[in-house]
Design a protein around this ligand. Structure first.
Ligand code: TYM
Length: 344
């Protein structure tokens, strides 16, 4: 891939991110992304998308898709995204996402996509039988971001490679069309202890909605008793919580639990270790479960309230789609001019 030069882009700073409407959200989605979405609203104009075009790469049930989109919208809002301030919308409602994807398909190189580890993981041994959409997924992601000329993208660490690809596509488009400052090279915002939340049962696997065992993850809608039981059963080792960060090396599951504690209470790992270092997991785990429930239970309650009124959610999503179109339309029109498409 190309080495990105410092961005010449002088346009406004803007945040864009998205989540797939598949199978309910979990703690990794919350700590890796959603918690950051909320904080960034004070600093930037933010656009938060529900990526249903991405979701159909794995063929979800059409009868479920709209409700799943509403659930993600409810999670955004319940967690603290203010839909009056930030734009909350469903990707397929803004058709320019697919139009820009086509242009980017002609910019991105096969070799770049062939290196994407997420495709390799999802396609497994049967790449030739997976959909072209699954292969092209990261190009659509680049179009999502650049359709709004977004400069910052809050995501978990698993999206790092896709973000690098977005930068490469932006850079190549700018080079190919001789417009050095047309697209910004979007910066991933990945830092912090929540960037890579691992399975509660295996510290080498990320927490994921696709893991067959529900005991590996905390869902955003889990109640207090379920959270406590999952945390109590989370894998640890016989040693106590270490007193310093070096003591977390080689203890992936413990490192994960301490990282979750730090992220959910918005403290540093060092600070958590200063309080719990030397104590056993019999003390640490209930405290962690309590902190998780204190954060997630009010959000889950608010999600239930919001999803109970789909009409109100749809009004928010309609307003979001209109505001998103108002930004995307003119940028897509500019792209069409740059590329040389006929203008009526
Ligand atoms: P998705 O729906 O898989 O995940 C949504 C967000 O949650 C983060 N995440 C995690 N963070 C920490 N630890 C984990 N275990 C964990 N699991 C998931 C993801 O990094 C992500 O930020 N391709 C994206 C959706 C997307 C997008 C975009 C994101 C489409 N277009 C444009 C940013 C900008 C995805 O599959 O997210």
């Amino acid at each position: 891939m190309t080495d990105a030069a410092p961005p010449a882009y002088q346009g406004p700073q803007r945040v864009f991110s998205g989540m797939q409407p598949t199978n309910g959200l979990h703690l990794g989605n919350y700590l890796g992304a959603l918690q950051k979405f909320v904080r960034l609203q004070d600093q930037y104009d933010c656009i938060y998308c529900i990526v249903d075009l991405h979701a159909i790469t794995v063929g979800p049930d059409p009868k479920e898709l709209t409700n799943r989109c509403r659930e993600v919208a409810a999670a955004y809002i319940a967690a603290g995204v203010d839909p009056k301030k930030s734009i909350v919308f469903i990707q397929s409602a803004v058709r320019e996402h697919t139009e820009l994807t086509w242009v980017f398909n002609c910019v991105a190189r096969m070799g770049w996509l062939e290196r994407m580890t997420q495709f390799k993981d999802k396609a497994g041994k049967h790449a030739e039988r997976s959909s072209v959409g699954l292969f092209d997924y990261p190009v659509l992601q680049a179009a999502d971001i650049l359709l709004y000329k977004a400069t910052h993208v809050p995501v978990g660490e698993d999206q790092k490679q896709h973000l690098e690809l977005s930068r490469d596509i932006a850079q190549k488009f700018n080079n190919d069309y001789g417009r050095a400052d047309f697209f910004p090279l979007p910066e991933p915002l990945i830092q912090g202890p929540g960037a890579r939340i691992m399975s509660l049962r295996d510290g080498s696997k990320k927490m994921s909605k696709s893991d067959p065992s529900d005991m590996t993850r905390i869902n955003m809608t889990d109640d207090e008793a379920t959270i406590l039981s999952k945390i109590k059963k989370a894998t640890t080792d016989p040693l106590p919580v270490p007193e310093a960060e070096e003591g977390l090396k080689g203890r992936a599951e413990v490192e994960n639990l301490v990282g979750i504690f730090a992220a959910v209470t918005e403290r540093s790992v060092a600070d958590v270790l200063a309080e719990y270092g030397g104590k056993g997991f019999g003390v640490f785990k209930p405290a962690l479960a309590e902190a998780l429930a204190a954060k997630l239970s009010p959000i889950a309650g608010e999600m239930r309230r919001l999803t109970g009124d789909p009409g109100a959610l749809d009004a928010i999503l309609k307003d979001g789609a209109e505001r998103a179109r108002a930004i995307a339309g003119p940028i897509m029109a500019e792209v069409r001019d740059v590329v040389g498409f006929w203008r009526a």
